[in-house]
Ligand binder design. Structure first.
Ligand code: NAP
Ligand code: MG
Length: 482
């Protein structure tokens, strides 16, 4: 437990209901199959560095088996079913996920390090809601796209990151199945467990064999999926660097591609904003999920006249942030997902100092063992600083000031990314004015990090292309014939 500057009695979530097998195989054609090369890797709990399970490492030959299974299931079963029949399976999966919500939440927290409050209240309920939402569309595709002819794409290869493991799976699997595709999904290597639990749910739901296949492994497993000639669609969420590699690998092939990539989102506080709410919004925008959020408001822009007040309140608020055991219901900031990611964040802290920015961290003691990072804010940050330009993907906020609307729009848009933005003001006209000028796929007004299955999500510029969620999310898995 951490010894924070205020003492809370620990309130630990029970792990009793979670069954973790010592070893997991690949989920191919509705069965658990040992990897052909008989290789496995370990997954650990980042909160205490303890071993959790061994997980099968799929190579290109395993991926080929999974793609063949998905193709056969597409040709023989899934493409023959009516939308209503597909919807029934999706509703069944959604209900089973809901029944097992507590187990899934604890598993997500154990494997990934996020606070139980978030996995319990955000990740898992939203993942269930995505299945319910797309289950409802399965027999209404014609209503979603009136007057259009459409068909499924075929086999979708899907690759997910470690920051929202089950939620990103839901964003991809639910619309793909609703539209009549079959899938081969590769989860991130540090957080495969909820995807494997999801495979058990597919079995329990009686989903026909081969409709969902889960191939665990490292980046080269993902690369083998991308390179497979019999995959019709690649849906990727992850870093911009890997997204660019995937885009290159798909050039000249008929594969359809959607990429949800990195971000460096601007959160803008205007002088007429309700300050206390805005400070809570800043906390939520960047320290939620340890800053492991693609759309995190990692660049804060505060209007000069209120900057001193906002920064003072933010520092005060940070002193009561609880960094500690992710299973503790008091915890605000849990564990960084992996040692590698912690090292990346720490390197950026050194870069920020070397660039001359001023650092502030609250006075708290981090737990040990485990991978933890104090919430950090940098002031005196230059627009050109690497800490203001590059995605850090941790609980690190840069703060800059501005005087005019023109200046803040120019600064906010001066980024290779364009995933999201936040605007805090009491003036509705300014909300409309800024949101129309900000180059970002989502602009939140007087709130941040709000998600809903009906609302499309995706980026501008190097934050990727394509949208997930809503009706837009359906079109990513359909071929239109007009
Ligand atoms: P990552 O390193 O790009 O990995 C993402 C996934 O791709 C993982 O499953 C990874 O496997 C796999 N992969 C790695 N190299 C590959 C290759 N050459 N070909 C195919 N697949 C490959 O990203 P991450 O570190 O897991 O996730 C963090 C990033 O995701 C951040 O940049 C964040 O902004 C972004 N993200 C974006 C969104 C969005 O909606 N825009 C949402 C969440 C996260 P391994 O795990 O085995 O390396
Ligand atoms: Mg893990």
């Amino acid at each position: 437990m951490s010894e924070n500057n205020w003492n809370l009695e620990p309130s630990l979530e029970s792990v009793a209901q979670v069954q973790i097998k010592p070893q997991y195989e690949l989920f191919i054609n509705g069965k658990w199959q040992a990897p052909l090369a008989a290789t496995y890797f370990a997954t650990v709990n980042p909160a205490d560095e303890k071993h959790l399970a061994h997980i099968a490492q799929a190579n290109a030959a395993d991926v080929d088996l999974a793609v063949k299974a998905a193709r056969a299931a597409y040709d023989n079963v899934w493409s023959q079913l009516s939308g209503a029949a597909r919807g029934k399976y999706l509703f069944r999966i959604a209900r089973l996920m809901q029944e097992k919500a507590r187990e899934l939440a604890v598993l997500e927290t154990l494997d990934g390090g996020k606070p139980i409050r978030e996995s319990r209240d955000i990740d898992i309920p939203l993942a269930c809601n995505h299945f319910f939402y797309y289950a409802g569309w399965a027999d209404k595709l014609q209503e979603a796209f009136p007057g259009q002819q459409m068909e499924a794409l075929g086999v979708a290869g899907q690759i997910t990151p470690w920051n929202f493991p089950l939620l990103m799976l839901a964003w991809k699997v639910a619309p793909a199945l609703a539209c009549g595709n079959t899938v081969v999904l590769k989860p991130a290597e540090t957080t495969s467990l909820t995807a494997l639990k999801f495979a058990e749910i597919c079995q329990e739901a009686g989903l026909p064999a081969g409709v969902v296949n889960i191939v665990t492994g490292y980046g080269d497993t993902g690369a083998a999926l991308v390179a497979h000639p019999n995959v019709d669609k690649i849906a990727f969420t992850g870093s911009t660097a890997v997204g660019k590699q995937i885009q290159k690998a798909c050039i000249g092939t008929p594969k359809k591609v959607t990429l949800e990539l990195g971000g460096k989102s601007a959160n803008i506080i205007l002088e007429d904003a309700p300050i206390d709410q805005a400070v809570e919004g800043i906390i939520n925008s960047i320290f939620f999920n340890q800053g492991h959020v693609c759309c995190a408001g990692s660049r804060l822009f505060v209007q000069e006249s209120i900057a001193e007040q906002v920064i003072a309140k933010l520092k005060f608020r940070l002193q009561s942030i609880y960094v500690g055991n992710p299973l503790d219901k008091n915890t605000d900031i849990g564990a960084i997902n992996s040692k590698k990611q912690l090292e990346t964040i720490e390197e950026y802290l050194s870069i920020g100092l070397a660039e001359g920015a001023e650092i502030y961290q609250p006075d708290c003691t981090l737990p040990s063992p485990g991978f933890y990072c104090k919430p950090t804010i940098f002031t005196d940050v230059a627009q050109s600083a690497r800490i203001a330009q590059e995605e850090i993907f941790g609980p690190v906020l840069t703060i800059q000031t501005f005087r005019t609307m023109e200046e803040v729009v120019q600064k906010a848009n001066n980024s290779p990314y364009g995933l999201a933005a936040g605007v805090w003001t009491a003036n509705g006209a300014r909300i409309f004015g800024l949101s129309s000028q900000l180059q970002a796929g989502v602009v939140w007004a007087n709130t941040y990090n709000k998600f809903d299955p009906a609302s499309p999500f995706g980026g501008y510029k190097e934050s990727g292309f394509g949208r997930e969620g809503g009706r837009h999310g359906l079109s990513a898995y359909l071929q239109f014939k007009n």
